[in-house]
Design a protein around this ligand. Structure first.
Ligand SMILES: [Zn+2]
Length: 109
């Protein structure tokens, strides 16, 4: 029966990495690789921005910080901001167990 397929696997070479810029998928517009994290270790600042929807975020970095850390910080920050915007902020009152869901009436304009 069989001829065997010649198994030729390409060796995976080292991935090309940009030293200073890393791209991610945007949380807001969901474009792939539209978010760029730019690390400035000398300044100790990282800047993140989406070239599609122009979301921006800035954070501090140290020598251990990776671009992915900035990206996940951004996710956390966006998450927190969204929670605030929708009124789902964690309540400061620790004793209130049964918190009724806040109904959103926008009659206050
Ligand atoms: Zn975007």
């Amino acid at each position: 029966m069989g001829k065997r397929k010649k198994s030729s696997r390409k060796p995976q070479g080292p991935r090309k990495r940009d030293p200073l810029e890393t791209t991610f998928t945007c949380l807001f517009c969901h474009h792939d690789k539209s978010v760029t994290v730019r690390m400035d270790r000398k300044e100790g600042i990282a800047q993140l921005f989406c070239k599609v929807c122009d979301q921006r975020f800035q954070s501090k970095v140290n020598h251990l910080t990776e671009a992915i850390d900035i990206y996940s910080e951004w996710i956390d920050a966006a998450d927190a901001a969204e929670r605030q915007a929708t009124g789902h902020r964690p309540s400061a009152a620790s004793s209130s167990r049964n918190v009724p869901a806040v109904s959103f009436g926008s009659d206050d304009e």
